[in-house]
Design a protein around this ligand. Structure first.
Ligand code: BTN
Length: 164
């Protein structure tokens, strides 16, 4: 009887540790997101380096901060980092962030806002977005719109960014 109990205990421990190991890997399931800073690159070669910080009062809500390097041809303010801020909701994987195009290297007097979501349906994480760029124009401002798809290029994962 004692041996049978020990056997059951071993089976239980094995199943528990295997599940914990699989949970830690996460990448195969494609269901985990980033801890620390992660770098996302869009189809124009621009990069958004983002950190997620959990809200102290709202479960599943994260502030987004980091920097954006614009490498898209046809635009100004290229090649240097600009501060980025935004918000991320873990329950829907929706994200919004903005960049004011002013730093010590150049001031374009323009701002861009992106809204989108993190697509966790495949192991390569992608972030499709729509953007609005507000810029100065003679006689008033103008707004240009477009779409960027960002792909994750750093592999650190954290499960809590996917649920409340
Ligand atoms: C400007 O030209 O006024 C500032 C740079 C704007 C760059 C835009 S923001 C949307 C799109 N995605 C990019 O990565 N770059 C362009």
């Amino acid at each position: 009887m004692k041996i049978f109990v020990k056997f059951l205990l071993c089976v239980f421990l094995y199943i528990y540790s295997a599940a914990a190991w699989a949970d830690q890997q996460g990448v195969a399931a494609g269901t985990r997101l980033l801890a620390g800073a992660s770098t996302w690159t869009n189809q124009s070669g621009s990069t958004a380096t983002i950190s997620f910080t959990q809200s102290a009062t709202q479960p599943g809500v994260y502030t987004v901060s980091g920097n954006y390097i614009n490498n898209a041809s046809g635009f100004n303010c290229q090649g240097t980092p600009y501060p980025l801020t935004g918000i991320y909701y873990a329950n829907t994987q929706t994200i919004s962030f903005s960049v004011a195009w002013s730093n010590s290297a150049a001031d374009c007097a323009s701002v861009t806002g992106w809204t989108g979501y993190i697509d966790i349906s495949s192991s390569t994480l992608q972030m499709p977005t729509n953007w609005n760029l507000a810029y100065a124009s003679p006689g008033g401002g103008k707004i240009m719109t477009g779409q960027d798809v960002f792909t994750l290029s750093t592999p650190k994962m954290m499960g809590t960014l996917l649920q409340q």
